[in-house]
Design a protein around this ligand. Sequence first.
Ligand code: ATP
Ligand code: MG
Length: 406
Amino acid sequence: MQYTEIMVRYGELSTKGHNKKTFIDRLGANVRKALHSFVQVKVHAQRDRLHVELNGADYDSVMERLKLVFGIQNFSPSIKVEKSFEATAQAATQMIKEQVDKPITFKVETRRSDHHFAMDTFEMNNKLGGYLLDKFPNKLKVDVHHPDLTLRVEIRLNGIFLSSETIKGAGGLPVGTAGKGMMMMSGGIDSPVAAYLGMKRGVSMEMVHFFSPPYTSPQALAKAKQLTERLAKYSGSIKFIQVPFAEIQETVKEKVPEGYLMTIQRRMMLRLAAALMIKRHGLAIFNGESLGQVASQTMESMLAINDVTSYPVLRPVLSFDKTEIIKIAQDIDTYELSILPYEDCCTVFTPPSPKTRPNVDRAREYEKRLDVEGLMQRALDGIEITEVHPGDDYLNQNEDVFAELL
Ligand code: ATP
Ligand code: MG
């Protein structure tokens, strides 16, 4: 079938009152970005629907991209015909011919926004339904309640549009409508899932990644960037901010009792994330903590760590079990990367038995042994920012470099 457009239906955003226009404009921009490599495609974001005019582009590839855009409830590949019953009936016949190879039940469902069109929705349903029954007496039977196939007909000012398939979209809200978040992105399983869930609710993420050369390898860094690439598919591109963390970890290890190493390291991470958030006009910090999962993720630990900032620290996977997080990681294609065995800055410096119930006052006390300001300043002076695009390759690129060295 040579479809002429994909008709896109909005989800939750259709109910957003006066913010609606902002949401629709943003969704339009995000869809254009997702489809920018299809030069002939035109996107029209209207009040009730978004129309992707194909102009000959391959509709399967276009739909694959649309599936990743948040804010879309569902969409239908559609064919546009001139405004006459004959043209509609002819296209409908073609659709049934191509799509139906065994007996099924069906119904015709018409919507009409052009009220000057000669037939109303009732007439179109009946006449077209009857016409198709005559054409395909052995294939089609009408069932208005639970049909196998619903043939949708939309009579609009600029033409009549037919579709028979409705494909589920990614749901959520368009990325960017909620503002910017700073995602504390490790190379683990949980933070990419947390990032995905935040993005799904409209947050435009910037990744903050702490790395500790020479204790951590270039592959560990490449892995975090590659995970970012997986997530960039949902938003076009993502800024990846790498923050050198070795000096802080060495100093903390030297000056702080072992039981508090982890708490103080985490306090430093959070402080740095907060500093970056202010500088880059973010509205919240995100992390991948899940309650009770490990020592640093008890409520006592969160209290002792969160003490360093009054900005919101949002934890999208807080109440999920590990198996639930893994399921999402598999669905969004981050799991296989996350389990690659490259050491992370925390594993290297994690004491054998960190305190599961650290005390805030003690943490503050031990921290006085550090030059917090100086350590932070040097880390912030050393940041590097990479714009990560979908399709970028960091891991294999690295392998080549290593291969050359050998
Ligand atoms: P993850 O799978 O996301 O690494 P985790 O269960 O392994 O989570 P931790 O490693 O203790 O838990 O980290 C808790 C959270 O702290 C992470 O989800 C992430 O948001 C943040 N974090 C940990 N390490 C780093 C890092 N190197 N850079 C940035 N953020 C980090
Ligand atoms: Mg981790």
